[in-house]
Write a protein that binds this ligand. Structure first.
Ligand code: GDP
Length: 291
């Protein structure tokens, strides 16, 4: 499958981000726990250099627990502070306060040594579209949180949400772009539903998904849809269509409808908690166990 989905606002978004980042101490990047690398922005390391960095593995309710833990360790080994969150239910969201404190410990120390007391930590949420930024901000900041309003000088025009006496959050998240030129990334983002459906061939996409499931989560589709195993992805799709009674006029199987059902089930966690990509260590282990 070939994706063409360059959003076209990159330069503007990047410039905005460069401006906003100047104002903040800690960059909180949301990634999707099912695709922690594919949902990561390729330029953020450069944009956010010299800032404290936090990675939130969001939607962890939809990802494999085991692999999410491994991703957490992986990101920690790269120097990030990491937390697992389900922004939709609020699970893990409160704990982000502590992570911010930890990530900014050095800055607080530095300020203290220079005699600067109680300067609030300024944080900003960033991430690619659909990763859960708005949901997270609503859950984290809550409705009760007063906006601090415009401040004179450097923060002109910016709205800050005062989270507590130490931390202020920029109220609008930074929207970043994924590594859109990479087709594997495109495919994974299509699986999780982060690429416009109009530009995708759903049947083809679901067959790619079936292929992936057969190689990494063998037996799971068969169990979910109560079908016999077939190595062939089209045949699997047809069996699911048959099982679900997806029929066209003349009793022909409606594989396109079944394809939509499978993707929708996956995206909503109804097939199970399925991570689509694995840290390097795990890839090796998976290969090893196969041999
Ligand atoms: P944004 O584009 O990054 O601001 O993303 P949104 O906040 O609009 O969220 C995109 C979709 O993901 C919405 O349907 C949310 O309900 C859903 N969502 C956000 N966080 C979570 C989560 O942790 N778990 C699950 N299951 N869904 C989530």
């Amino acid at each position: 499958m070939h994706f063409q989905w360059y959003p076209g606002h990159m330069t503007k978004a990047k410039r905005q981000m460069q401006e906003d980042i100047k104002l903040i101490d800690v960059v909180i990047e949301l990634v999707d726990a099912r695709v922690p690398l594919s949902s990561k922005n390729p330029d953020i390391d450069e944009l956010a250099k010299n800032k404290s960095r936090i990675i939130l593995l969001n939607k962890y309710d939809l990802a494999s627990q085991k692999y999410t833990e491994e991703w957490k360790k992986w990101f920690e080994s790269k120097g990030y502070f990491v937390a697992l969150v389900n922004s939709k239910s609020g699970s893990g969201v409160k704990a982000v306060h502590e992570v911010i404190q930890k990530a900014c410990k050095e800055k607080i120390e530095r300020d203290r040594k220079r005699g600067i007391l109680n300067r609030p930590i300024r944080a900003m949420i960033v991430g690619i579209p659909n990763v859960g930024k708005s949901t997270f901000i609503n859950s984290f900041a809550g409705k009760a949180c007063a906006k601090t309003g415009n401040k004179p000088g450097v923060t002109k025009g910016k709205q800050w949400i005062k989270l507590n006496k130490n931390v202020e959050l920029l109220d609008t998240p930074g929207i970043l772009w994924p590594k859109f030129e990479d087709q594997t990334v495109g495919l994974r983002l299509a699986f999780i539903g982060s690429i416009k459906e109009e530009i995708l061939n759903i049947t083809e996409l679901s067959m790619e998904f079936i292929k992936f499931m057969h190689s990494k989560y063998s037996g799971m589709l068969e169990k979910k849809y109560e079908i016999e195993k077939s190595e062939d992805s089209l045949e699997t799709l047809q069996r699911i269509a048959d099982r679900r009674g997806c029929k066209l006029k003349g009793n022909e199987l409606d594989v396109n409808k079944a394809a939509g059902i499978i993707l929708d089930d996956y995206r909503n966690g109804r097939i199970g908690r399925i991570t689509l990509e694995f840290p390097e260590i795990t890839e090796t282990v998976l290969e090893d166990t196969k041999a």
